[in-house]
Design a protein around this ligand. Structure first.
Ligand SMILES: Cc1cc2nc3c(=O)[nH]c(=O)nc-3n(C[C@H](O)[C@H](O)[C@H](O)COP(=O)(O)OP(=O)(O)OC[C@H]3O[C@@H](n4cnc5c(N)ncnc54)[C@H](O)[C@@H]3O)c2cc1C
Length: 474
């Protein structure tokens, strides 16, 4: 075995058999489909792929493939099909509840497939393992940006295409999956297929927000728009929850902000603070009219924080929060988050009842309850699930426990399930990155009218049910 413990397997030197059965004799590899690419059995590499950002679930894979191309992944899938071995793609590993993990299977670490290939005025071709940060850096050099950025840019393109990809500009531009032009995919049965709205549309529609069930995205063509030069950001604070929600509805309907979010934050003494977070994009040299932006709003004006940033600085703002959590040792604690969408017609009541029932330590001192409205008309991805109303509210418990207490985190996971059941009962849905277990029946309810097509696509493209077992969809 090579001394650096990483193995190139293109010659099928018996490691295929080692992966399949734990044996290492080359004779056993002779008749088996052969793997190509860089597969590691290194315990450290496998251990790193056995947990994710949430640190709530642990699953030890049998090996980790670092593919250099779609052909490497296609070879793995053909081998896995023959062996009945499960496979999980891993982007940046920022799942919260084991979605990119696989017990005794193969993790496909997309990190090496991260090239940003071709930037044109309206689109970019990028490998799926690239982070949104690297993509933004490259497109901004040409004055361009993806229309929707996630708050945190350390996520991979493939990882957010698997779930949707929501951000502060989503009321205008939908999810990141709404801004995908074309995809290259390796299906569960080992075929390399290109798809778009015009070519293989059933695969295109089952891969975008399809929780990785039908294929591994290797390359994406994404829409670009001209990037704003500057962002004027307004953080407004409210004396109570109804006042926050009323102003959020008002500024949404009037289109006052280019980006709109908001949150309920711990106030440090067991209560909450209520914050609206809006941003206006503008060109250097043109002044922002703050008076018009803030006119008639009922916030506590003396507490307002107004910041002026470049578009790039603003997009990277979450990085400061990451630095803070890392400095407090809280970035690597268990993260039992709950992410949902509420109906616009009952959001204040449902969220208000839940807020009233939560204890002060529900999200930790640096956590937050994200709460803001979205216009659903910009959302078109068939498998993205939102309540069927014109306005829905994001309602996320971003729980950042101050300690590494596994039992306390587990209690929050249990509470997440109870809260989710209340939310579902009230017509809400989850954003499928939350920390609690879902059964196949839960997923069937989740996907609703999209379920038959997803089930059919799974049968066609991953009949062995090998891909993305971490969601427990099939
Ligand atoms: C700090 C933080 C901030 C976040 N902020 C946002 C936000 O603002 N907006 C938002 O929408 N979400 C946000 N999320 C959630 C995040 O988008 C999802 O958890 C996402 O799936 C993580 O991407 P990743 O690259 O880390 O993927 P991983 O955790 O590596 O994988 C996630 C899932 O995607 C699948 N997958 C990964 N790569 C591929 C591929 N190439 N092809 C097919 N399937 C693939 C995996 O199999 C797995 O099921 C945030 C999460 C964290 C931890």
């Amino acid at each position: 075995m090579p001394s650096d413990r990483r193995m190139f397997l293109s010659a099928g030197l018996g490691v295929t058999a080692a992966l399949a059965s734990g044996l290492t004799t080359s004779a056993q590899a002779v008749d088996r489909p052969q793997l190509s690419g860089n597969v590691s059995l290194d315990p450290e590499v496998r251990a790193a792929a056995a947990h994710d950002f949430g640190r709530l679930i642990h699953r030890q894979p049998r090996g980790v493939l670092r593919p250099a191309s779609g052909a490497d992944i296609a070879g793995l899938m053909r081998w896995a099909k023959g062996e009945g071995v499960k496979v999980a793609a891993r982007g940046q590993g920022h799942s919260i509840y084991g979605r990119a993990l696989v017990s005794d299977g193969i993790v496909v670490d997309m990190g090496a497939m991260n090239s940003i290939r071709d930037i044109k005025a309206d689109r970019v071709v990028v490998d799926a393992g690239a982070s949104w940060k690297d993509l933004l850096d490259a497109t901004l050099a040409q004055g361009l940006t993806p229309p929707v950025l996630t708050n945190y840019l350390g996520l991979s393109v493939g990882g957010t295409i698997a779930v949707g990809g929501i951000g502060a500009a989503s009321s205008r531009h939908g999810m990141q999956t709404d801004n995908v032009i074309a995809l290259d995919v390796v299906t569960g049965d080992g075929n390399e297929v290109s798809c778009s709205a015009a070519k293989n549309p059933d695969l295109f529609d089952s891969v975008r927000a399809g929780l990785g069930q039908c294929g591994i995205v290797t390359r994406a063509t994404l829409r670009l728009v001209r990037a704003p030069e500057r962002i004027r950001r307004f953080q407004l604070f409210y004396r109570d929850f109804p006042s926050l929600a009323a102003d959020q509805r008002r500024v949404l309907s009037e289109g006052r902000f280019d980006q709109l979010q908001g949150a309920v934050l711990p106030d440090g003494s067991g209560g909450w603070r209520y914050q609206l977070d809006g941003a206006v994009a503008y060109r250097s040299g043109s002044a922002s009219d703050d008076g018009a932006v803030l006119s008639g709003l009922s916030d506590e004006r003396g507490a307002a924080v107004i910041a002026d940033l470049t578009y790039h600085e603003d997009a990277l703002a979450f990085g400061k929060f990451e630095d803070l959590l890392r400095s407090k040792g809280q970035w690597s604690n268990p993260q039992p988050w709950l992410l949902t969408f509420l109906r616009g017609s009952n959001a204040e009541r449902v969220a208000g009842d839940i807020l009233a029932s939560l204890k002060g330590d529900a999200v930790g001192p640096f956590g937050r309850i994200t709460f803001y409205p979205l216009l659903t008309r910009a959302f078109h991805t068939p498998l993205v699930r939102l309540p069927e109303e014109d306005i829905v509210f994001v309602f996320n418990l971003i729980r950042i426990p101050p300690s590494n207490d596994a039992a306390a985190a587990e209690r929050m996971v249990v509470e997440n399930r109870t809260l989710f059941d209340r939310i579902r009962e009230a017509g809400g849905v989850q954003y499928p990155v939350s920390a609690f277990a879902m059964s196949p029946f839960d997923w069937e309810i989740h996907f609703g009218s999209g379920w038959p097509k997803l089930r059919e696509a799974k049968q066609r493209h991953d009949p062995g049910h090998l891909l993305a077992p971490g969601y427990n969809v099939f």
